[in-house]
Design a protein around this ligand. Structure first.
Ligand code: CP3
Length: 356
C-alpha cells in the first residue's frame, strides 16, 4: 500500500474522510487527447506491455482530472493470453478471442500457473506508485472469473451468453474447473499488483447481471468468494463491481468485498439498503450524463450524493466506464463539484479513533 491515509482508502474501509473521494472507471481512454496521441503510434496491447507508457497514461489521466485515485492502465483480457488463449482487438468489433473454449479438453489445456508472465502490469503499477507516493492511491484490477470466462467461451462480447450458460448447464464440472483455474490465476495476478504498491484491487464482473440469482449463487459465487478472500489476505480492500446487479447485491456482498460497485439502474440508497447499509459502496452516475447540460449533470450528481447522505463509505464513480467522446471539461467539473458539495455535507461525526 502506498497511500493508506488517503480519502479513497478511508472510504473503502468505511471510515470518515474529509470529502467524498471520486474516480472514474476507464478514466484513461479514448476521450482524452493525451491518450489518443500515444495511441496513434502504439496499439492498445503494446501500451499495456510497455510499463513506461502504461504508467504515463495512468498518471496523466489522474492528474488531468484531479481525481482521488489512479487506476492502472491495463486491459481486463490480458490474463487470457498467458492462460493460452490469444486475442486481438478488431477495429469496430471489440475483442476477438482466436480459439474460444468449447470442449472439456480446451479447459483442461488452459495454463493456471502463468500469472507471473503478467509482470509488466505490476511493473507499470510500481512506476505509478513511486510517482505518487502517499499523495494519491493506485487501484489495481482484474476481471472476475465469470466475466473472463464469458469472453473465453463466447470469443468476444455477447448478447445472450448462450455458449457460457450452455457450459454451465451441460458440463457443470468443466465449468467449475474453468472458474477454479481463473480464480487461481487472478489471485496471483492481483497479489503481484498489491506487492507492487496497489492500495486496493477492483474486480470487474461487468456482465454478471445476465445471471439468475440461483445460477449466480451456485455456479459463480463460490469461486468469486475465494478470489475476494485471497485478495483480502494481501491486506488491501477489494471493490467488487458489476452491472445490472440489483438482484445480486446481497450475494455479491457475501463475498466479503469491502466495497460493492453498482451501476445507475438502481438508486444508490436502495442498493446500499439491499446490503443492509453495510460496508462501502461505489457509484453510480450514468456515464451518458456527462453529455448532458451542466445543470442536469450537476443535479443528478447531487442526487447521488444526497442518497449517500454524507455517510462514510461512499466512493463517487460512474455506474460503468467513461464513454468515448465524453467532454473532458464535464468530467473535470464533476470532480470539482463532488469535492465541493461533499465537503459541506459530511455528517458531524467525530472520528475519535480514526475508525467509524
Ligand atoms: O479504467 C481505466 O482507465 C484503466 C484501463 C482499462 C481498460 N480496460 C483500457 C482499455 C480498464 C479498467 C479496462 C477494463 C475492461 N476491458 C473491461 C471491464 C470494464 C468494463 O467496461 O466493464 C472490459 C469488459 C474490457 C475488455 C475491453 N477492452 C473491451 C470490451 C474494449 C472495447 C473495445 C473497443 O474497441 O471499444 C477494450 C478496449 C480498451 N481497454 C480501451 C481502453 C482504453 C479502448 C481501446 C483503444 O484504445 O482502442
Amino acid at each position: 500500500m502506498s497511500a493508506p491515509n488517503s480519502a479513497f482508502v478511508k472510504a473503502c474501509r468505511g471510515r470518515v474522510a474529509d470529502t467524498t473521494p471520486v474516480w472514474f472507471m476507464r478514466q484513461a481512454g479514448r476521450y482524452l487527447a493525451e491518450y489518443r496521441a500515444i495511441r496513434k503510434d502504439h496499439s492498445l496491447i503494446e501500451i499495456c506491455k510497455s510499463p513506461r507508457l502504461a504508467a504515463e497514461i495512468t498518471i496523466t489521466a489522474a492528474e488531468t482530472l484531479g481525481v482521488d485515485a489512479a487506476i492502472i492502465f491495463a486491459d481486463l483480457l490480458l490474463p487470457l493470453e498467458v492462460m493460452g488463449l490469444p486475442f486481438r482487438f478488431a477495429p469496430g468489433e471489440g475483442p476477438v478471442i482466436e480459439k474460444p473454449l468449447r470442449q472439456a479438453a480446451d479447459v483442461a489445456a488452459l495454463r493456471a500457473d502463468s500469472a507471473g508472465e503478467l509482470g509488466y502490469v505490476a511493473e507499470a503499477l510500481r512506476l505509478v506508485a513511486a510517482h505518487f507516493g502517499e499523495k494519491l492511491p493506485v487501484i489495481g484490477f482484474c476481471g472476475a472469473p465469470f466475466t473472463l470466462a464469458s469472453y473465453m467461451i463466447e470469443g468476444g462480447g455477447s448478447r445472450h451468453y448462450l455458449e457460457t450458460k450452455k457450459m454451465m448447464y451441460q458440463a457443470p464440472q468443466v465449468w467449475d474447473q474453468l472458474m477454479s483455474k481463473l480464480a487461481g490465476v487472478l489471485s496471483a495476478y492481483a497479489a503481484e499488483q498489491v506487492r507492487a504498491g496497489a492500495d486496493a484491487i477492483q474486480i470487474f464482473d461487468s456482465w454478471v447481471g445476465c445471471l439468475s440469482v440461483e445460477d449466480y449463487q451456485v455456479q459463480v459465487l463460490p469461486r468469486t468468494r475465494s478470489l475476494v478472500q485471497a485478495i483480502r489476505r494481501t491486506g488491501v480492500p477489494v471493490i467488487y463491481f458489476g452491472t445490472e446487479t440489483s438482484m445480486l447485491l446481497p450475494l455479491m456482498k457475501s463475498t466479503g468485498a469491502e466495497v460493492i460497485g453498482v451501476d445507475w439502474r438502481i438508486p444508490l440508497d436502495q442498493a446500499w439498503a439491499a446490503m443492509d447499509d453495510k460496508g462501502a459502496i461505489q457509484g453510480n452516475l450514468d456515464p451518458a450524463l456527462l453529455f448532458a447540460p451542466w445543470e442536469t449533470l450537476r443535479a443528478r450528481a447531487e442526487d447521488v450524493l444526497e442518497r449517500a447522505g454524507g455517510r462514510p463509505g461512499h466512493i463517487f464513480n460512474l455506474g460503468h466506464g467513461i464513454l468515448p467522446h465524453t467532454p473532458v471539461e464535464n468530467v473535470k467539473a464533476l470532480v470539482k463539484f463532488v469535492h465541493e458539495a461533499s465537503a459541506n455535507s459530511q455528517p458531524a461525526t467525530i472520528d475519535w479513533f480514526g475508525e467509524n
